[in-house]
Design a protein. Structure first.
Length: 215
């Protein structure tokens, strides 16, 4: 069953949306993961409901650009592992540190930041990723950063405009769209986000999301 509850509060209405269901005993080990994914669906629905009722622009927009070829590329990056809920706050200092290391080595340091997502654990709310910048051909990354080369491939591309806190929802929508259009993610190449604007929490910015596809 699904339940909606509306409670008057100072200056508005508190909306509670919940549902209950039974999980087979053999699937209970995955209950926390399913609950985490379902929570993203609920957040998305409540955000859209609030925007509609309050006649305000949505917190973010996500434009689907479809499948596009991606050229081979090289990146100077450093690893990051931390809570998914703190990623918006943790990325800016990581990006700033990468830029400082690149500049100190006399390498271009002002290009868009690129984050490759290696693993996301919804159950534990943890994310493993690589944070860095594009690296020119025949260039060696400075000490403290590692080189990662990406072959040419096709990717499903989306354009995000909003605060970095909303990116988790955007990624979730992107994966749902991938399934609807029956594309198969590449088993070896990780998804990536290219930050075209500032990455500070609460600051609206443009981010290009790329999900590599199996050839």
């Amino acid at each position: 069953p699904i339940y909606w509850q509306f409670e008057p509060t100072a200056g508005g209405t508190r909306v509670t949306w919940r549902f209950q269901g039974r999980v087979a005993f053999t699937l209970r080990a995955f209950a926390a993961t399913v609950q985490g994914a379902t929570g993203l669906d609920l957040r998305f629905g409540l955000d859209r409901l609030a925007a509609t009722l309050e006649a305000t622009p949505p917190a973010y927009t996500l434009a689907y650009a479809g499948v596009q070829p991606q050229p081979a590329a090289r990146f100077a990056q450093q690893l990051h592992r931390g809570p998914l809920d703190r990623l918006a706050a943790d990325l800016p200092p990581k990006i700033a540190d990468t830029r400082e290391q690149m500049a100190a080595a006399g390498l271009p340091a002002n290009g868009p930041a690129v984050v490759h997502y290696l693993k996301t654990q919804l159950k534990l709310r943890l994310v493993d990723c690589r944070v860095g910048l594009a690296l020119a051909p025949d260039t060696t990354p400075p000490a403290g950063l590692s080189l990662h080369e990406q072959p040419a491939h096709d990717a499903y591309v989306l354009h995000f405009d909003g605060p970095p806190e909303a990116l988790e929802l955007a990624w979730y929508q992107a994966m749902q769209r991938l399934r609807v259009e029956r594309h198969t993610p590449h088993p070896q190449l990780p998804p990536c986000a290219q930050y075209l604007d500032a990455t500070a929490p609460g600051t609206r910015g443009r981010v290009t999301l790329r999900l590599p596809l199996r050839g």
